[in-house]
Design a protein around this ligand. Sequence first.
Ligand code: 5GP
Length: 122
Amino acid sequence: MIDIKNYNKDNVFGKILRKEIPSDVVYETEEIYAFKDINPQAPIHVVIIPKKEFCSFDDFSRSSGEKTILEMIRSISIIADILELKKGYRIISNIGDFGGQEVPHFHIHMLGGKRLGKIVAP
Ligand code: 5GP
């Protein structure tokens, strides 16, 4: 079971941040890193992560400083402009087991490039 309270450095996004495994960067600031998802669920599928260590959006919401929150939220519209998602897009953050989270480093999925279906499968 995924631990959303205690950060585990041995997760794949931690490895991406440490450049131990490669990633296809889309946008980067002092606080955040955005890269293409390895298994895209839409024509455009980007993952946006803070460089600081948070287990989930829940952890981030409780504990993050203002600069990180600002850059994380601002990055969404900046990346939408970079990727020319003029017709809209979806952001999702899975939290914990019931939320379907697999990687225990807080991330926001950004999906676009086509009209997306319902938010939750029946
Ligand atoms: P979660 O289910 O935790 O919300 O999403 C984890 C996401 O990380 C999945 O969409 C998965 O495809 C992506 N992912 C897992 N391993 C890697 C990797 O090594 N590189 C990249 N770019 N994405 C990954």
